[in-house]
Structures are given as structure tokens and as C-alpha cells.
Design a protein around this ligand. Structure first.
Ligand SMILES: [Zn+2]
Length: 201
């Protein structure tokens, strides 16, 4: 299924919300760029995640054990570059991360097709290597272009979600208005309200 509007996330508090990472390569970080979020424990996990991405790829994917390790290698490179772009981390070896992007981008990506009913689709099956190529090509576009300055980390307390701000004014602050944006609104409203102890003074 195509997820142009983002991916459903369920944090530990169980309150599911939709997060739009803005671009494929940052969306891919949701597979577990931070160790406590790890979603990719087996090749099947990667195979199950691939159709969820914003590319709208079919369920027919072929993923092997090697693809799992490669996915994590690419993901770590993207995470390092994204952190560097947001200023929350300083990648010790940005050239190493860039070399990883270029290496993966050199592989052939998924093949677009037009179906007999004049729908846009993809040649199947899609391989893990093809998918990782598409992710890497997206990262090459992002970090090699002007939009790199629009990579942001959510302004929410202890929220580490990273997204590309594609809004026209470039003023997106939150992973989701339903999550951190709303919490911020509630907090500022509460801070402005008179405290019960002050009442009557
Ligand atoms: Zn957030």
C-alpha cells in the first residue's frame, strides 16, 4: 500500500500516530536507526516493511540474509548524515557514510512498469538490493542537494524522529501535530493558565 501520508507508529505509550518523514531515505530510518527501535530482526521483517514505504512497492519482494545486514549498513550511514544535517550529532566519518550511499545507489533500483489497465506499477518481484538502491538514490538526492538544510529533528521533548521539512515556509517543527505538536500546545496552554495555588491572590 502506498503511504504518501506517512507510516503509523506506535510508541511505548500505545498511542498510535501517523508520521510523515517527508522522503524515502528518512522514512527508512523508522526500521530502527536507533537500537531501541530495531524492527529488522530477520529478513522477513525487511520483506514486510518494504511494501509499507512511500514507494508503493508490491508485496512480492525477495529478501535474503545478506540484504538484512546491508539494510542496516545503509541505514546507519543515512542516520549519521541525517544527524549531521540536523546538528544533533556529529558524524565522525561523513566521507565513509557518503561512500556507502554511493555504493548502494550504483545498484539497479526497482523497475517501473505500466500495467495493461494503464496503471503505474512495479516489475515483480522486487529484490532487497533494488529497494536499498532506491533508498540510497533518494539519500544521494537529499544530501547532495539544497533540501539537506531542511532535514529536521522533531522539537518534541525526547522525540528523536527525523524528517524532511517539505512545507513551503519551511516551518515544520513536529514529527506530527497529533503527537508532539499537540503536546506542546497543551503544555504552553497549561503554563499560561493560573495555577490553583495562585487563585484568590
Ligand atoms: Zn516528535
Amino acid at each position: 500500500m502506498n503511504n504518501a501520508n506517512g507510516i503509523l507508529l506506535t510508541p511505548r505509550d500505545g498511542q498510535t500516530f501517523r508520521f510523515d518523514a517527508g522522503t524515502l531515505c528518512l522514512e527508512f530510518l523508522l526500521t530502527g536507526a536507533l537500537p531501541e527501535w530495531e524492527q529488522l530482526h530477520a529478513p522477513e521483517d525487511l520483506a514486510a516493511w518494504i511494501p509499507l514505504s512511500r514507494l508503493g512497492l508490491p508485496d512480492e519482494v525477495v529478501v535474503g540474509e545478506a540484504d538484512l545486514a546491508e539494510a542496516k549498513r545503509l541505514r546507519a550511514a543515512i542516520q549519521a548524515l541525517a544527524e549531521r544535517a540536523t546538528g544533533v550529532g556529529d558524524s565522525a566519518d561523513p566521507e565513509g557514510a557518503l561512500a556507502v550511499l554511493n555504493e548502494f545507489a550504483a545498484a539497479p533500483p526497482p523497475v517501473p512498469v505500466v500495467t495493461p489497465s494503464f496503471q503505474r506499477g512495479w516489475a515483480t518481484p522486487v529484490t532487497g538490493a533494488q529497494f536499498l538502491s532506491a533508498v540510497a538514490r533518494d539519500a544521494v538526492e537529499l544530501f547532495g542537494g539544497p533540501m539537506a538544510s531542511r532535514v529536521r529533528v522533531c522539537g518534541g521533548e525526547r522525540c528523536l524522529l527525523i524528517f524532511l521539512d517539505t512545507s513551503r515556509p519551511g516551518a515544520r517543527r513536529w514529527c506530527s501535530m497529533d503527537r508532539c505538536g499537540n503536546r506542546y500546545k497543551l503544555r504552553t496552554r497549561r503554563d499560561r493558565a493560573p495555577r490553583p495555588a495562585d487563585a484568590g491572590h
